[in-house]
Design a protein around this ligand. Sequence first.
Ligand SMILES: [Zn+2]
Length: 273
Amino acid sequence: MPELPEVESIRLTLAKNTLGKKIIHIKILWSSAAISIPGYEFAELLKGKFIENFDRRGKYLLIGLSNGITMIVHFRMTGRLIYYPEIHPLDKHTHAVFCLDEGELHYSDIRKFGRIQLVPTAKAGEVASLVKLGPEPLDEAFSFDQLGQSLSKKKGTIKAALLDQTVIAGLGNIYADEALFRAGILPERNTRSLKVSEIILLYNSIYEILREGIDARGTSFRDYRDAEGNRGSFQESLMVYGRGGQECKGCGNPLERKKIAGRTTVFCLHCQR
Ligand SMILES: [Zn+2]
């Protein structure tokens, strides 16, 4: 699932290729669940409109259009938006094609869990799924105090707290495991047992790991691609995620793999406490 660095990489590559372009028409191939309104209405609303800006909130991508409408895309498991400079053949997972005045944008989704929603731009801030999101971890205003306050309201494991989008927006299984490893904190620790010094370490680790993830243009562990169809490279830097049973790059001992908060979690019993 694309997490914050992947959605940010999609946002950057989309902006680079499609900002200011005009939507000429839209081909809807499969819309029943992905789009919140009927396909013909969707196509009609967006036809002739310009792509004016791109924003991101947690794992949600917001595309601002010239008719005061914002398209909110949640990629979930396997959703993809890819820009092609020329007409590109469809594959069986392509659900919508946005034909632009130059090139076309293909929305595809193998697992079909992704969602596209249209909302008035003026009310984008009031959309239920966005309102409940916690702070943006890369915002300048986000402090370790704020992280500490959010965590102090949570019972249960620190792993579950980091996956909870109301605590902090944008982290998923990959970056939560990596941040905990870097901070030297075991994922099963009770959130309330963390000392201030550990919260500071975790705060810094989250920031660094997300920045490095964006610099590497995301993690292509399975099928993630940015909007230019390129793989990210952060999978090469992963310390724990997807490496259960392999040697810890820190101490050489085998990494543990365990289901925590319903997700396969990998950690090192020696490097994390
Ligand atoms: Zn280790």
